[in-house]
Write a protein that binds this ligand. Sequence first.
Ligand SMILES: C[S@@+](CC[C@H](N)C(=O)[O-])C[C@H]1O[C@@H](n2cnc3c(N)ncnc32)[C@H](O)[C@@H]1O
Length: 247
Amino acid sequence: MRNPRTYDGSYLERVHEMLVSSKKLGYKRLNPQAGETVLDVGCGIGLDVLEFASEGSNVIAIDADEEFIVEAKRRHAEAQNINFLLGNIFALPLAKSSVDKVWLDRVFQHLPNHNLALMELKRVMKPGGKILIMDTYYHKISLQFSNGETIRELIDYMIREKFPASAALNDLSEQMEKTGFSIIEQGIQQHSFKGEEQVNQLFRFNKLMLEMRDKELITAEDLASWVGYEKPELHLPILWIHAENSV
Ligand SMILES: C[S@@+](CC[C@H](N)C(=O)[O-])C[C@H]1O[C@@H](n2cnc3c(N)ncnc32)[C@H](O)[C@@H]1O
């Protein structure tokens, strides 16, 4: 069973704005064409679908969260060539070899089994179809703050408690090749955010620090110095992989 989510549509909108430069590069790389079928898996409230639909593609946008699908349908009630479906990446409600292009933004970080997800994506993709995956590279996050040791503990805690599946991102491109994708290009795009407000908007570090203090993983003094610190700086790497369904 999936963990209950800890974010809502307005959080997705804020993050969309903060990471929009990575998203724009991703749209360009995927390069949807008129008449193609583009699948957005883990579409959330549908913040990316217009990019694909405006090129004349037929868009199928799927999410496992019913509330997000209801909100996405409400936002795009007028759209002709966008179809929102409730569904799970491990059992997509789509026919074999029916999709030309696939987009997934910050979905693999939530998935307990990357291999099964890749096999299911491959099933619905046409031979030669393209896939663009973007994800937060949690293991390479760096956060500048006066107490470096507390920060390492904070990031380790966040990965362990909130995004355990993200460890497998290190092996994602290798896993894709084993599943029968060939990598076209891959890379990491860095995003930097300064100041307490922006940094906390993304990951709610204050809340995590409170949890850690309650579990006695850090001291009350560690928490107080973090909360009083006005100039944290976050360097957030976004991993992206562009690949082809080759076999
Ligand atoms: C961080 S959000 C990103 C949403 C959207 N891609 C965006 O950029 O705004 C991750 C999304 O993946 C969805 N998701 C998580 N596990 C899923 C699964 N097994 N099948 C389908 N969607 C899933 C969540 O419901 C959520 O909407």
